[in-house]
Design a protein around this ligand. Structure first.
Ligand code: V55
Ligand code: FE
Length: 493
């Protein structure tokens, strides 16, 4: 296929840009708060070559690392492809060599055995290193200053898991990074690794357990005492892959499950709770525990009645159109002092996804979260992102008081996931930074960066940063303070 498919996955905001660029001293309207010193890293999937398959998705796009660098009110931007072996092989051939999303049986024989990683989902900062992650592979380390790719990350040979999630959880008090990898022992296996890296970045624990079936475990959660693993019935099958088929189909009539174990415990202590059939959630907002022994566990998740991705629903024979998917921000509560597989569920907020909390609230009782959503009165959503329709507003929800605020964009605009930057002023809740896009026509859009007061999102942005080049939709982002950046271990073993 010499051309990009004329599907939503490759058009409108999703049209491939593939431009590596650098700009210094971007035009700023307003004033960048002095608190904002450091780097906003973004992971951007942007396919460098037209795919081998017409039904390919943006999830397979080559990862680009985008960085907004804030120094004393000035803002610079850089964007570079992650030099994965896959990107290098295709660049050399000047064409796509890798086939369908997570199906190596559809690859060109020329790249047999070459790592399929695209490093396109979340930039993760931990213990002085920046990793570009993708859940089907190991992470790639990137130099946070030069954006050079330093290589595949395996904790100096210690990591056994073949995969690492894009959704790690960092305990704000211990500095430990908790993470997992599914299909840890190979394609379509039910092996899941559960790992802890200490605050210095040493892998201190790696255990494996079996999930009930091979599901797409996109995110997980921790509390001070527990680790919580979701299993939703979007499933993989090796025979299907060997026949050149799709990695994932969604099973609307299969149970979901939640596994909970002590976060410093043994995987044999995992307790499985049975959830509703057919539901799906990509992102967990947060989790926390209650009670002297922490036996009441709350998990807040962006729950939907079926898989959110049309390219997974449609081949699964699920006819539900995007606007008929039910769901919303949901709190699942597990009482670990009681026997049984059951748990409570209640709605705590509207639908939305890509939720953000303050880093210091991770795994603790919390009151604030921010999440992009769709305002039905905000005009038709701009086509873009993996779902095919973008978010057009940002919500701020107080989970304890129920207060809800909405910042709605103008019609024709789309919002990417924000990051949160803490404030040094006591009592101030910090800032949100995010990219928004304005579609001019189906072939053109412009992007800008917004800086909002986190506790007052309905006020006009405190600053907007103009960009000379449009940006492709990001998946996730990460804030790295100037102080953290100064402690980079990049290039040091
Ligand atoms: C997601 C994103 C991915 C992926 C699997 O947002 C799930 C969900 C950008 O890649 O591979
Ligand atoms: Fe995600």
């Amino acid at each position: 296929m010499a051309q990009y498919p004329d599907t939503l996955q490759f058009n409108h905001l999703n049209r491939p840009l593939g431009v590596e660029w650098t700009a210094r001293n971007l035009e700023v309207e307003g004033v960048i708060p002095p608190d904002i010193q450091g780097a906003f890293f973004r992971a951007v999937p942007d396919p460098a070559f037209p795919p081998l398959h017409y039904d390919d998705t943006t999830l397979s796009g080559d990862g680009m690392v985008s960085r907004f660098l804030f120094q004393n009110g000035a803002v610079d931007h850089d964007i570079r492809y992650v030099r994965t072996p896959r990107f290098e092989a295709e660049r050399k051939a000047r064409k796509a060599l890798f086939g369908r999303y997570r199906n190596p049986f559809t690859d060109s024989p020329a790249v047999l055995g070459v790592d399929r990683a695209v490093a396109n989902t979340t930039p993760v900062w931990h213990a002085g290193r920046l990793f570009m992650t993708k859940e089907d592979a190991r992470a790639y380390e990137v130099d946070p200053h030069t954006l050079q790719t330093l290589g595949r990350w395996d904790y100096h040979g210690a990591l056994r898991s073949e995969t690492m999630t894009a959704h790690v959880r960092i305990d704000p008090h211990t500095g430990e990074m908790f993470f997992f990898g599914y299909e840890a022992g190979g394609l379509c296996t039910t092996d899941v690794s559960y790992c802890i890296a200490d605050r210095d970045g040493n892998l201190t624990s790696e255990q494996w357990f079996q999930q009930p079936y091979c599901s797409m475990m996109h995110d997980f959660a921790i509390t001070e005492k527990w680790a919580i693993f979701p299993v939703f019935p979007t499933t993989a099958n090796l025979e299907r892959l060997k026949q050149g088929g799709l990695h994932w189909l969604h099973e609307q009539h299969t149970d979901s499950w939640v596994g909970i174990m002590p976060r410093y415990g043994k995987v044999d202590e995992m307790r499985w709770f049975r959830g509703p059939k057919g539901v799906s959630a990509y992102h967990f907002v947060n989790a926390f525990q209650e009670g002297a022994d922490g036996s009441l566990v709350h998990l807040d998740l962006c729950l939907s009645s079926t898989n959110a991705f049309p390219f997974i629903r449609e081949p699964s024979g699920i006819a539900t159109p995007q606007w008929e998917i039910q769901g919303g921000l949901t709190r699942w509560t597990f009482d670990l002092s009681q026997p049984g597989e059951g748990f409570d569920s209640r709605l705590i907020g509207p639908p939305g996804d890509l939720p953000r909390i303050r880093d210091i609230d991770q795994g603790r009782p919390y009151n604030q979260c921010w999440l992009p959503s769709v305002n039905p009165h905000g005009g038709p959503p701009v086509p873009g992102g993996p779902v095919g329709t973008s978010f057009n507003c940002l919500l701020r929800l107080e989970t304890q008081t129920g207060r809800l605020d909405m910042m709605s964009l103008q019609p024709g605009m789309a919002i990417n996931e924000p990051i949160h930057v803490p404030s040094s002023t006591p009592g101030h809740d910090g800032w949100l930074v995010c990219v928004v896009d304005r579609e001019l026509d189906p072939q053109h859009h412009v992007s800008e960066l917004l800086i909002l007061d986190a506790s007052n999102i309905t006020a006009p942005p405190v600053a907007r940063v103009k960009l000379p080049v449009a940006l492709h939709p990001q998946v996730h982002g990460w804030w790295v303070s100037a102080e953290q950046l100064s402690q980079s271990k990049a290039g040091r073993g």
